[in-house]
Write a protein that binds this ligand. Sequence first.
Ligand code: ZN
Ligand code: ZN
Ligand code: ZN
Length: 260
Amino acid sequence: MELVVLGTAQDGGLPHVGCERPCCARARRQGRELYPACLAVHDPATGALLLIEATPRIEPQLALLHELAGAHDRGRRPVDCVLLTHAHIGHYLGLAHFGKEVASTDSLPVFCSPRLAGFLRAHGPWGQLVKTRQIALHEVAPRVAFSPLQGLTVTAVPVPHRDEYSDTMAFKLRGPNKTVLFVPDIDSWQQRPGLLDELLDGVDVAYLDATFYDGRELPDRDLTKIRHPLMVDTMRRLATRAKAHPGALRFIHLNHTNPA
Ligand SMILES: [Zn+2]
Ligand SMILES: [Zn+2]
Ligand SMILES: [Zn+2]
């Protein structure tokens, strides 16, 4: 089984709407783009594809996935299933492309928390995707392993994060050879005692929230009000682990302003 990284940026990607700073002005000039955080799993034995997050840039991300996986003629089933962490725009708006106006998928399995499923059912345009069976919601209970693809087990771990519309999950993906953690959005590693240890337990490779570097990239924001662990703090906290396991800790979900 292969893991594919289809995006590494924060919800708004890069260039970011309205940003005229060098980070985005230069990217616009050069035609360079970074897509919102998104992973996929490909099983070369069966051709099965799992998408983790449906971002606003789902079209080029799926095109890239199909190219890398050598997938052709998938028609109305661009992937076999989708996992969603939470209801912030960079993480689920792409679901709209599964609707009648675009891919018109047929009961595409979408795995998410019961609260996110409730939100999607109750609000347009997402509720229509459920009613007309473009997507089929599968509610996953926290810390109860499920298997969205044969040979892959996934566990959702709830994490603290701004939760107006839904709660937020991190996912642990256990394949035949490796276990991968995906936690693109979290308010803090220490809000709940033991959370970071729980998240990293048994994990070979972790993709961690790296929205902001050290806060200096946001001169107008009060550092104490930034609701993400700063990259420099995460690096400090996990330095021993990083040294012992080179390549095991990777950063994802970088804000357009993040100098890293
Ligand atoms: Zn996000
Ligand atoms: Zn920018
Ligand atoms: Zn978020």
